[in-house]
Ligand binder design. Structure first.
Ligand code: DX5
Ligand code: ZN
Length: 223
């Protein structure tokens, strides 16, 4: 199943509820929430109170991308605020194995993210424990950046490795994804697509519809 995860960072912060409803009604299943601490990444975005407030606006799956040093400190509270899936960066965790286990213990699904320059080896040992691997296709910290092409090959290698290991984890791609490059990512093996600018710039509902059309076309080609 291919899932679209609009990134709230691309929405208009003056009317988040309206923007969330637009993407939900258009059929997006995940809402990607980027938490930034100003230390792991240069910028600061939003945190727990915002996630908690938005929880009552929507039934979408809350996919929380923690761009935070030592995210283990926040796993339980982020879960309590309504996260369904918590994704931590391998580079930000001294004890990645225990952080992943803590996420699972909280009842959330567990994801591990890798910066563009981080090798797949950084996540290999915990692959049997994770629901999702996030392959960053820009350097994290800001929306609206240009897609880094070498990350497509990384997605392909990761899908191959998961297949070899008999694992069916999701592969998420985040950063610079557009209607023009998304199909290449699906072909490489990604199945959870984050899109901020390319969803929220212009009519968000229509943009979601365009992504979902591409997903449908791709999936019916496989049948
Ligand atoms: C970047 C964030 C992304 C960002 C994507 O660090 O993790 O989720 O919102 O935005 P676009 O799709 O505009 O690159
Ligand atoms: Zn993100």
């Amino acid at each position: 199943m291919i899932i679209l995860a609009p990134s709230l960072l691309g929405a208009d912060f003056k009317h988040l509820e309206q923007d969330i409803k637009a993407v939900e009604q258009a059929g997006a299943m995940y809402l990607h929430l980027d938490v930034m601490d100003g230390a792991f990444v240069p910028s600061i975005s939003f945190g727990m109170p915002v996630i908690k407030a938005l929880r009552s606006c929507t039934d979408m799956v809350f996919d929380v991308h923690m761009m935070v040093e030592e995210p283990a400190r926040y796993v339980d509270v982020v879960r309590e605020c309504g996260a369904d899936l918590i994704c931590v960066h391998a580079e930000a965790c001294k004890h990645l194995d225990s952080t992943v286990r803590q996420i699972r213990q909280s009842g959330a699904k567990a994801g591990v993210a890798l910066n563009p320059a981080t090798s797949l080896a950084a996540v290999e040992m915990v692959l049997p424990l994770v629901d999702m691997v996030l392959v960053m296709s820009v350097n994290p910290g800001f929306g609206g950046q240009k897609f880094i092409p070498y990350t497509v090959e990384k997605v392909r290698s990761l899908r191959r490795k998961l297949d070899e290991m008999g694992l069916a984890a999701d592969i998420q791609v985040d950063g610079g994804v557009t209607l023009a490059n998304v199909e290449e990512l699906l072909k490489a093996g990604a199945n959870v697509i984050v899109a901020g600018t390319s969803v929220f710039q212009g009519d968000a509902g229509e943009n979601v519809g365009r992504f979902l059309e591409i997903f449908d076309r791709y999936e019916s080609g496989l049948r």
